[in-house]
Every structure is written in C-alpha cells, then in structure tokens.
Design a protein around this ligand. Structure first.
Ligand SMILES: C[S@@+](CC[C@H](N)C(=O)[O-])C[C@H]1O[C@@H](n2cnc3c(N)ncnc32)[C@H](O)[C@@H]1O
Length: 301
C-alpha cells in the first residue's frame, strides 16, 4: 500500500505573499488563488447525515438572494434551475470541455471521484449521469462557499472533503470506478507521486486533463517543466507561465510508471504546428489541453 505523500512545503505557513495586488495581475494559473488559505474549512454541511436532497427546494428568490452573498465570479457555468446559470458566458467552453473529456454518458452504479472540483461543475454533471460522486479540493473559503451553495441549490448528494490530491489513499477514500482529474496536475509539486497515489484509489478509469507542453522540437520526449507547486510558487512569488506542463509522452510514461496498464490519448493540444513555431519565436515551450484516459488491469479490455 502506498504511504501517504506529504508535500514538503504545503504544511509550512505562508510567510509572505507575492507582491501582486489584484487577481488580474496574476498569471492565469493562479488567478483563483487570492484567498488560498491554510484555514481548515468546516465541511459539516457536506458530511451531515441529512442529504441536501431531502431539504425543501430553494425558490428562485432564495437562489438569487444567496448568490448575492457569494463571490460573483464563478469558475464554471452551473445550472441552478429557474434559468439561473452561475457563468452563462462560459457555457460553450464547458460544453466543449465536456465533449472532449469523454466522460461516459451512463455512470449508473459507479463510484466516481472528482479531484480539484472547484465549484463542482463536473461533479454535478457526473451525478446527473447517475454516479455516486465524491469530491476533493483545497478550496479557499470563497470557492468552497460557491461549491456548497451550488450543492444545496441543486439538492445534490455529492459528498466531499478538503484534501490535498497528493494525499489520497484507499484508507481515506476507498476506491473509485472512475476518477476525473481535470485542471489539477499542473498545480502539484509532486505530479508523478500524485499519479501513483491516484492509481491506488482507482479500480477502473482515470480521466486526466492537464496542460500539455508543446516545445519547438523534442515533443516526443517525456519532458515536464519544472514547477515547485502552487504553495511554493506563491510563497516565493516566482512563477513559471507554463506551470507543471508535460509533453503527452511524459504523461503516458508517468501513468504507466504509476501502474496504469493502458493509456489512451484522447485529445492533444490543438494547433500544434503553430504552437511549435510560437515556441521557436518566443524561445519557450507553449501549452494546450491534453486529455488522457488511463485504465487499471480489470478495465483494460
Ligand atoms: C484549474 S482548477 C480546475 C477546476 C476543475 N476541475 C476544472 O477542470 O474546471 C484547479 C482546482 O484544483 C484545486 N487544487 C489545487 N491544488 C490542489 C491540491 N494540491 N489538491 C487538491 N486540489 C487542488 C484548486 O483549488 C482548484 O479548485
């Protein structure tokens, strides 16, 4: 059994913040992290014995009223009913992401984990497809409040816990038929160790969406950009624009090395020729969306 992975820096107090004043001043990968605190969040609402589905449904006015108390900028377009959507302008982008991810249409009877769920868009969608969904994230307060509100407003049964993706173990979480890990790997200090940990809790399929690195040449080599993890990058104020991006070859090799028996690259960064030329001109690798499905033995048919 793999021992829990303890990131060296994540437990250290953040002694200072980068000298960045507004969210817009931050590089894209860090824009959400304004209040990325170390405080433990109270997740009683999520672990309460009363599932939200048994509460009376919210009225339109209640939803609109509570929305006003939350951070107005949402990560994803969550349908709250009554024609209310948390980020209507992002609907097309997320519809495309959903299509590209290739999440099975029917998830009935499956236990599913959404890692780095943020406000819960994919978790709610997988619940809609019939799954029993658990989520983890290192939410700051504002993001957790959005997620928790969406969960209540949708009368969702999604359960979850604030947990570092690098610390997952079968003892803490059990195992899952399907794991979605979208937009998360490139935030981590120990991406290979995280994949090893994820393998221990996966008994079916991992859907991994991350930033693929597109260098000018040598894209076929298993390369990953150095990245010290979000905590360290924020603590020191040193940012790497391409974060922990890896070539598709690295992702596939890393998944195999972590113990997945079969990998399928289902989407690679688009406009690769153009990006390679941009890498040459700008003298630095470029990035784009990379999606890989990885299977454990019993599902590797
Ligand atoms: C870019 S967002 C991705 C959100 C969503 N999964 C998606 O694909 O749209 C990254 C999410 O991962 C979370 N996160 C970052 N580092 C994490 C860690 N070490 N463990 C768990 N979650 C983490 C962030 O809080 C954030 O919600």
């Amino acid at each position: 059994m793999a021992a829990p992975i303890r990131p060296r820096v994540s437990s250290a107090p953040i002694s200072h913040r980068p000298n960045l004043k507004t969210n817009a001043d931050r590089p894209p990968f860090f824009r959400k992290k304004l209040a990325f605190g170390r405080e433990a969040l109270t997740l009683d609402g999520m672990n309460a014995s009363e599932p939200t589905a048994s509460r009376p449904p919210y009225t339109r006015e209640q939803i609109l009223g509570e929305l006003k108390t939350l951070l107005p900028e949402w990560h994803s377009p969550i349908d709250l009913g009554f024609g209310i959507n948390t980020a209507p302008r992002k609907q097309t982008r997320f519809a495309r992401r959903l299509k590209l991810l290739g999440i099975p249409a029917d998830l009935k009877g499956m236990r599913v984990l959404d890692m780095g769920t943020w406000d819960g868009f994919f978790a709610f969608e997988m619940e809609r497809r019939g799954a029993d969904v658990f989520v983890i994230d290192m939410w700051d307060d504002a993001a957790f409040q959005q997620f928790d509100f969406a969960r209540r407003a949708k009368q969702s049964r999604v359960q979850g816990e604030k947990m570092d993706a690098q610390d997952v173990t079968p003892e803490r979480l059990g195992q899952f038929d399907l794991i979605l890990c979208a937009g998360l790997l490139y935030h981590l200090r120990y991406p290979l160790a995280a994949l090893e940990a994820i393998r221990t809790i996966c008994k079916g399929r991992l859907i991994l969406e991350t930033v693929g690195m597109v260098p000018f040449v040598h894209g076929r080599f298993p390369m990953i950009a150095f990245f010290p993890g979000d905590d360290e990058a924020m603590r020191t104020g040193r940012y790497w624009g391409i974060s922990g991006a890896a070539t598709a070859a690295w992702v596939v090799e890393a998944l195999r090395s972590a113990g997945f028996s079969r990998c399928e690259v289902v989407h690679e960064p688009s406009a690769r020729l153009w990006k390679r030329l941009a890498a040459l001109v700008r003298n630095r690798p470029q990035g784009g969306r990379l999606i890989v499905h990885a299977f454990v033995e019993q599902d590797a048919r």
